[in-house]
Design a protein around this ligand. Structure first.
Ligand code: FES
Length: 147
């Protein structure tokens, strides 16, 4: 059911923890499954993500996607981090079962929420970044029939 990469990131998640005085912190949840994800970004003056950590209170796929998402944004610029969509995270994990797609959306939204927090603190605008949703379930109606 799960790819080897998903299992690997679930069993050995990378970048677990938190960053004190982070440049940006984003917390998102999905009211339907109750899972919560928080991402901390340390961004330097050149807009490069020097460090990233996460805490996920959620299912195995949520742990694996947050782990992979942190690996994908580390060392990247803020603009490059915007390209780390849930699709990119899923591809990097060699796929997820359809009912677990929303877990990867949680990872994308958590990164966006952390970037939003960073932009707010810095008083800058990040191109293409929208105000994060507090509950990612709001945007995934089409998944409804699968339950
Ligand atoms: Fe909801 Fe995985 S079951 S995040």
């Amino acid at each position: 059911m799960y790819s080897e990469k998903v299992m690997d990131h679930f069993e050995h998640p990378r970048n677990v923890g938190e960053i004190e005085n982070a440049s940006g912190v984003g917390t998102v949840g999905n009211a339907k499954c109750g899972d919560i994800m928080r991402i901390f970004l340390d961004i330097d003056d050149d807009g490069i993500i020097r460090d990233v950590k996460f805490k996920t209170f959620g299912c195995g796929a949520a742990v694996a996607t947050s782990s992979m998402a942190t690996e994908l944004v580390k060392g990247k610029t803020v603009q490059e981090a915007m390209q780390v969509t849930n699709k990119a995270v899923m591809e990097a994990l060699d796929g997820l079962p359809p009912v677990k797609v929303h877990c990867s959306l949680l990872a994308e939204e958590a990164i966006h929420a952390a970037l939003w927090d960073y932009a707010q603190k810095k008083g800058i605008v990040i191109e293409g970044l929208e105000k994060p949703k507090s509950d990612i379930h709001e945007g995934e109606e089409q998944e409804e029939e699968e339950y």
